[in-house]
Structures are given as C-alpha cells and as structure tokens.
Design a protein. Structure first.
Length: 319
C-alpha cells in the first residue's frame, strides 16, 4: 500500500497538520471572498447575482453527478491501482463532458423554467466548469486520502486569487453576470491544473471493464444520492427564480449564502480530515459505528454555535 502511494506521488501527512492547513486554507480563501463580495455587491445588481444563481442551480447538481462519488471510492479502497484511477478519470471526464454538452443544448429550455434569457447565455458557458471539476475529482481525492491539505490549500488560494482578479475586473468594466460566470470558469480551470501538479504524476484516462463495474456498482450510488441531496436543496432557488423573478432570486441566494457561510466553511475545514481519518481506520480494520458517532458529535458541537451567532446578529449583518 505504501509502495503504491509513492508511485502515485503521495506522501502521508499527520491528521493534525492536515487540519491546520485545511483551516488556514479556508480562512485565507474566505478572507479573500469576503473582500471580493463586498466589491461585487457594489458593482453588480441583484439581477446579475440572480442570473448566476439560476445557472449554478443546474450546473451544481450536474457536477455532483459527474463526480460519481470519486472521493468516497478512493478513500475506501485499501489499495489503489492505476487501472482504477485511470478508469475513474475516464468516467468522470466522459460524464462531465456529456452533461456539459446536454446543458449547452438544453439551455433555452432551462432558461424558460426561470423566465430568464440571460440565464440561457450563462448556461451555455458555465457547464465548462462541470467538465473541469470532474477532471479534478481524482487528483483532489488522492490529496485528501493522503491528508495533503497543504497542497489543497495552496491550490485553492491561488485559484481564488485568479477568480478575484478576473471577476472584479470584469464587474468594474460593466460585464454584469458575465463577471461571475467567467470567474467561475477561471477558478475551476486553475484549481484543476494545480491539483494535478500537486499529485506529481500523470494518470491517463482509460476504461477497464472490471474496474468500471466496481465503480458503477458503488460510486454511481454515491453520486446519485449526492445529486438527490443537492437537488432537494436547490428547490427553493428554483421556486424563487420562477415565481418571484431573477432579481428576487439574487436577494434570496445572497441571504441564504450569508446565513450558511460560517457553517459551510467550518465543515470544509474538518470534513476532509475526518473522512480521511475514518477511511484509514476502516482500511486498518479499526473503524466502528462508535467512531462515526463520535465524529458526528464533534461536528455538530462545532457547527451549532456559529449558526446561533448568525441567527442573533442577522439584522446587523444585513445592514
């Protein structure tokens, strides 16, 4: 197992160090995002945010489907074979490309669902991020498996810097929702390249029938389950965009993201480390239901406090 990690350019790191780097990466990324959002709130209209939110409503779910539960599959495998990784990469890229093409062709119909012609234009470009993110699934999962949060943090920080520069520049130039759309493509492309560079080896996409059946039997179930969860979470956005209008969707999406902002960022810090640690215990035969419940209890304890703070201070945050 150790030999295969070395061949794949992976060196295990301690979970404590991984947690520190994960926290640092999230703090740095969100500090930049807060500054960028303040600028964008002054440069863009609620309609611009609504158009982008309407497009993301579809591409986010498709991105989860294209991922095919790749991170879960890689974390649970006791031994990683190159045939498995190459098959998973080929499947992710094929699914991402096909779903991006279908979204491009179906953009006029999807735009009618939210009564927005501008959303049609965004939906014809934004699906490229689905392909980029699908291509990044394998290298990012390998980094998570080996707890190389330092490489993940550095990649995401560089990606958010590119996003900030591109989005603010285009918004200042009066590009409207295109600033958000193109910025999303930039961050997806940059982080994909940096994840592959961090892995330190090249995996070529190739389908192996045996590995394909293994992935589809397990990974497809995870991917579809995640897609259903994300879809149910997008119903409110769909209803707001269809019945209240794109501008109202922009207001709603901004408020919702503000409310869940601290929770998502805390989970982004601890979730990869917990997943990798639990997967390691399972592979070593020491995993148990007690371990899972303990991790769930710790996560819940950390999350409920910022939720209460947001609830109490909501009027001041909006003002």
């Amino acid at each position: 197992m150790e030999k295969e990690r070395v061949q794949l350019g992976i060196a295990p790191h301690r979970s404590s160090v991984a947690a520190i780097w994960s926290a640092f990466g999230q703090i740095a990324v969100q500090a930049i995002m807060i500054f960028v959002n303040i600028l964008l709130a002054r440069l863009l209209s609620p309609k611009d945010f609504g158009v982008f939110a309407a497009a993301c409503m579809f591409t986010t779910v498709l991105g989860v489907i294209a991922g095919m539960g790749v991170q879960t599959v890689i974390l649970r495998e006791a031994e990683l074979k190159e045939t498995l990784l190459s098959t998973m990469l080929a499947l992710n890229m094929a699914a991402g490309g096909l779903l991006a093409l279908c979204t491009f062709l179906g953009a006029p119909l999807l735009g009618k669902l939210v009564h927005s012609r501008d959303a049609v234009s965004a939906l014809q470009i934004l699906p490229l991020s689905v392909f980029f993110n699908a291509s990044a699934g394998v290298p990012r999962a390998l980094l998570v498996r080996s707890m190389r949060q330092r490489d993940i943090a550095q990649s995401e920080i560089l990606g958010i810097i590119c996003y900030a520069f591109t989005t603010v520049s285009l918004a200042y130039a009066g590009s409207g929702y295109w600033a958000l759309t193109i910025g999303s493509l930039i961050i997806s492309f940059v982080t994909t390249i940096l994840f592959w560079r961090a892995v330190g080896c090249m995996i070529w996409p190739h389908l192996d029938r045996i590995e394909l059946r293994k992935i589809l039997s397990f990974g497809s179930q995870i991917g579809l389950n995640d897609a259903l969860v994300w879809s149910s979470g997008m119903i409110d956005n769909f209803l707001a965009g269809r019945f209240l209008g794109i501008a109202s969707l922009g207001y709603y999406n901004f408020g919702f993201n503000l409310a869940w902002f601290p929770v998502r960022k805390i989970l982004a810090v601890i979730e990869p480390v917990i997943q990798a640690e639990m997967a390691e215990r399972v592979r070593n035969g020491s995993g148990s239901w007690v371990t899972y419940c303990r991790a769930l209890r710790y996560t819940t304890t950390v999350v409920w406090m910022p939720l209460c703070i947001v609830l109490i201070s909501a009027p001041e945050l909006i003002n």
